[in-house]
Structures are given as structure tokens and as C-alpha cells.
Ligand binder design. Structure first.
Ligand SMILES: [Zn+2]
Ligand SMILES: [Zn+2]
Length: 349
């Protein structure tokens, strides 16, 4: 098999030829056709998350040690199945749920694999991921039938759409006039707008520093656009009922929290980095909520796929590039030059 691996953090990925694994037990071997490139890959590539004040969280501390294959938005074809893998056949085209837990703890048994702490097996995070010709999945239950959805768009559902969907589920009950801000209109923010529209949210305020991304947000149904570099940006957000922060920087957090009306909620899923310093009394006095949201669970992915199948989820822009351009895709994402999502064509590996 071929994989594009991080051999050293921050250095270009290297194409590596290796032995194709043979699925054991309940495992399923997928031939990867599409792999989405996510912003969090940039942090894994760098080797750390910025915790602010000079502090870092190193990815090696959660089992991501080079040589390592990233890629957590996998779509592929079943190539081989282990002797105990039931209900799945070679040749089936499937979306892969990557946020896999230990499968044994109470959290996993309750279907919240993404919250597992006793041994997460997140594909492309602490298990070999999708920037490869082949991918090993621990159990067929993590394969989702996405028939009828464009495979490039389907791949992006595994992280960007399910993350937005799970974040949207944490919003407060909204009235018809309530406004919801989307902070950051990259790959997640744009599909986040589609997700909110699909959930019946009408008054979406798209916020970004890039007018091209704001124009794409308008096409997906954001009624208001705010360029956050404008001096009156904070003023324009005053009175929002909620904000979903897909950036997660001190600047976006400050903007989102300051704009909330009383009883409003700020949901953060972006991992840009930094720390939050906020006076405590107003959190109580304004009765605001500050909530974290991390990816989503298998059931939520199935719900997102069902929405996409019914054409209720308008696709954000997807650009397909050959696998050989993996490094260029990461560089462009880092430079903020990507509109929507880049999806790698792994068949071209
Ligand atoms: Zn991601
Ligand atoms: Zn678990």
C-alpha cells in the first residue's frame, strides 16, 4: 500500500510504500478513494495545539507519534473483511466514521465513541488515517452507506459536517427572530451554514476576515455577513442568540461571547489555539453558556448522511486534487487560500 506520512512534524509528508494489512477479527480493509483535508490536520502536522501563554498540548501525548498517516475524512471501497466482520461485503462503497472509541467502555456502549477516554482509536489522529491507498477500520459498524451522495462531498461529512451538526445540536431553543453567528467560514463554517439552514435556522450571521468566504456563505444562505476586520464588527453582532466558533482563537471567542444577548450560548469547536480570559460575574449576570463541542458520534453522522441523501444539506464548495498534491493542499489550507474543502483523490495514489 501507499501512504503519505508525517515522518517529522512540520516537514513535508513523504510517500511511503508498505505492506497492505490483512484484516483480522472484525476488521475491514478499505481501499480509500477520497480523503478530506481538515484544518485540524495542520495541528497534527505541526505536532501540537497552542494552549496560550506559551503552553502547548503535544499530539504525541495522545498517541500520535511519527511515522504517522493523517486523514480523518475517509471514503472508500471495502476490499477485504476479517473472519468476524459481519454484514459487509467486498466492493461496497462506504463512508468511514473516524471517531472510534475503545468500543468497550460505558461511553462507547452509549454510542458516544467521540467522548471515549479509555482508548480512543481516532482514524488519522492516533490510528493510521486516510492519506493512503488503504485503511483498516476496526469494525463494520463504523461504515456508513452514503449511496447517492457525491463521494468527495460524502467524505467531508465524516468530520466537517458531523462536527457542525453536533455543535448545532448544542444551541439553545431559538425563536423565529433569533440570530446565530457562524465565526469562521472555512470548510467547517460553510457546511455549518448548510447544517443550520437544514435545521430551520433562518437568521445566520456569517463572520470571516475574507470577503470571498463571506460571498460563499451568502450563497449557502447566510442572511448577514460581517467582515470581522471592520471596526464596527463587534457592534454588528450585538444581540445574537448564539454563536458557533469554528476558529477558536482569542479574537473570535471575544467577539462571539461579547455579542450574546442574555441567556445566549457560545459553542466552540475550532482548535486554532490560545486561551480565554473573561470576567466571571457577567457570565452569571448575563446567564450565558460557554460550551465545547468535539466532532460528533456515529448516530449524528448517520443523521447528517440522511440529510444529504434527501438533498437537505447544500454542499459547501469541494475541490478535488490528486493524492500527490497532499503537501500543497496542506500548505494552501495553512495560508487560508482554500474555499470550502480540498478532498484528495486517493485512487490517483
Ligand atoms: Zn477534522
Ligand atoms: Zn470507550
Amino acid at each position: 500500500m501507499i501512504s503519505y506520512q508525517v515522518l517529522e512534524h512540520g516537514k513535508p509528508l513523504q510517500k511511503v510504500l508498505g505492506e497492505t494489512p490483512k484484516p483480522q477479527g472484525t476488521e475491514v480493509l478499505m481501499r480509500v478513494t477520497r480523503a478530506g483535508v481538515c484544518h485540524s490536520d495542520l495541528h497534527i502536522w505541526d505536532g501540537y495545539f497552542d494552549l496560550g501563554a506559551g503552553k502547548r498540548f503535544y499530539v504525541k501525548d495522545r498517541g500520535c507519534v511519527p511515522p504517522f498517516t493523517m486523514g480523518h475524512e475517509p471514503f472508500g471501497v471495502v476490499e477485504a473483511v476479517g473472519p468476524k466482520a459481519k454484514g459487509v461485503k467486498p466492493g461496497q462503497r462506504r463512508l468511514v466514521f473516524p471517531w472510534i472509541g475503545c468500543g468497550k467502555c460505558e461511553v462507547c456502549k452509549a454510542g458516544q465513541d467521540n467522548y471515549c477516554v479509555s482508548g480512543s482509536r481516532f482514524l488519522g489522529v492516533n490510528r493510521a488515517g486516510a492519506y493512503a491507498s488503504h485503511l483498516l477500520v476496526p469494525h463494520p459498524k463504523y461504515l456508513v452507506d452514503a449511496a447517492g451522495i457525491d463521494e468527495g462531498f460524502a467524505a467531508t461529512l465524516a468530520c466537517s459536517a458531523v462536527t457542525a451538526y453536533s455543535a448545532a445540536a448544542k444551541l439553545p431553543v431559538l425563536g423565529p427572530k433569533d440570530r446565530v453567528a457562524i465565526l469562521g467560514c472555512g470548510g467547517l463554517g460553510l457546511i455549518g451554514i448548510s447544517v443550520l439552514r437544514a435545521r430551520g435556522v433562518k437568521n445566520i450571521v456569517a463572520c470571516d476576515i475574507d470577503d470571498a468566504k463571506l460571498a460563499a456563505a451568502a450563497k449557502l444562505g447566510a442572511k448577514e455577513r460581517v467582515n470581522t476586520r471592520a471596526p464596527d464588527a463587534a457592534q454588528k453582532l450585538v444581540g445574537i442568540a448564539a454563536a458557533i466558533d469554528f476558529v477558536g482563537s482569542p479574537a473570535t471567542a471575544a467577539l462571539g461571547i461579547a455579542g450574546l444577548k442574555k441567556g445566549g450560548r457560545y459553542v466552540i469547536c475550532g482548535l486554532y489555539g490560545g486561551e480565554l480570559a473573561h470576567p466571571l460575574p457577567p457570565i452569571a449576570q448575563r446567564a450565558i453558556g460557554i460550551v465545547g463541542s468535539y466532532v460528533g458520534n456515529l448516530q449524528e453522522l448517520k443523521e447528517v448522511v440522511a440529510l444529504a441523501k434527501k438533498k437537505k444539506l447544500r454542499p459547501a464548495p469541494v475541490e478535488t486534487r490528486p493524492a500527490s498534491e497532499t503537501n500543497g493542499a496542506l500548505e494552501d489550507l495553512k495560508a487560508g487560500k482554500v474555499l470550502g474543502r480540498i478532498v484528495l483523490d486517493m485512487e490517483a495514489a
